[in-house]
Design a protein around this ligand. Structure first.
Ligand SMILES: CC(=O)N[C@H]1CCN(c2c(Cl)cnc3[nH]c(-c4cn(C)nc4C)nc23)C1
Length: 278
């Protein structure tokens, strides 16, 4: 679409900066408009000093490298980046309907149709990533944004890796980590299947499956796959069947993503357009 974008040297003068959209760990994200095209974007501003302090420059370089090459309707575009003396700027797609976790907090949990529609679109995005040997490794509500038509966008590839150099680094909250990452052994793309299963559970029940007061309890519940389905809210047995096929300790036995798209719960509940219409 806009190949020239990669070649262009962007500067802050190319943009009108708008309201702050939110705060990431290393800086703020602002609404911005590219002056020549009037294109609305999200400008993520990161302070080099903080990046250096936390030794995450290599992770940021990887995030930019990976996300700038991914093109999928359910993956937030990274159009480009630039930097000045003190800051690094990421030019990101603007997701008009904001952060999914706020929506989940507001309505406590989603209907089966809404949850299945979101899970199916995330599965398609992950199939695309895995096809390019990219694993996200940090699928959780905080990293999901909602586009203007209500479609999900996976953001924040800060923890993604190309599978040929698998990392054992610990990352993000514990809730979403599969046993092999919690036990920090070798891991592969099936970590994203586990996290999608955790996400599906949280969409339906409003809380992640292995939540506990203490980190050590969450850790134990994950490695023991201590999976329980509360009596409320009422959830169909087909939904529980799908979740049970994803939250499997042996990563090679987890339901493959293309099989997930054929699962009865997805077929019967997900809107094929990937967009949930209330
Ligand atoms: C870690 C991190 O970057 N988190 C968030 C901050 C905003 N950001 C956005 C990014 Cl990176 C892209 N698009 C966004 N749209 C919004 C947003 C829209 N509304 C109506 N409200 C919000 C908020 N936020 C973004 C990602």
């Amino acid at each position: 679409d806009v190949p020239a974008v990669e070649k262009k040297r962007w500067t802050l003068n190319d943009f009108d900066i708008g309201k702050p959209l939110g705060r990431g760990k290393f800086g703020h994200v602002y609404l911005a408009r590219e002056k020549r095209s009037n294109h609305i974007v999200a400008l993520k501003v990161l302070f080099k000093s903080q990046l250096q302090q936390s030794q995450v420059e290599h992770q940021l370089r990887r995030e930019v490298e990976i996300q700038s090459h991914l093109r999928h309707p359910n993956i937030l575009r990274l159009y480009g980046y630039f930097y000045d003396q003190k800051r690094v700027y990421l030019i990101l797609e603007y997701a008009a309907k904001g952060e999914l976790y706020k929506e989940l907090q507001k309505c406590k949990y989603f209907s089966e149709r809404r949850a299945a529609t979101y899970v199916a679109s995330l599965a398609r995005a992950l199939i695309y990533c895995h096809g390019k040997h990219v694993i996200h490794r940090d699928i959780k509500p905080e990293n999901l944004l909602v586009g203007a038509q209500g479609e999900l966008k996976i953001a924040d590839f800060g923890w993604s890796v190309h599978t040929f150099n698998r990392r054992r680094t610990m990352c993000g909250t514990l809730d979403y980590l599969p046993p092999e990452m919690v036990e920090s052994v070798e891991h592969d793309a099936s970590v994203d299947i586990w996290s999608l299963g955790v996400l599906c559970y949280e969409f339906l029940y409003g809380v992640p499956p292995f939540e506990a007061k203490e980190h050590s309890d969450t850790y134990r519940r994950i490695v023991q796959v201590d999976l329980k389905f509360p009596p409320k809210p009422i959830v169909s047995s087909t939904a529980k069947d799908l979740i049970s096929q994803m939250l499997v300790k042996d990563s090679s036995q987890r339901l493959p993503l293309h099989k997930l798209l054929e699962h009865p719960w997805i077929v019967q509940n997900a809107d094929p357009s990937g967009v949930y219409r209330a």
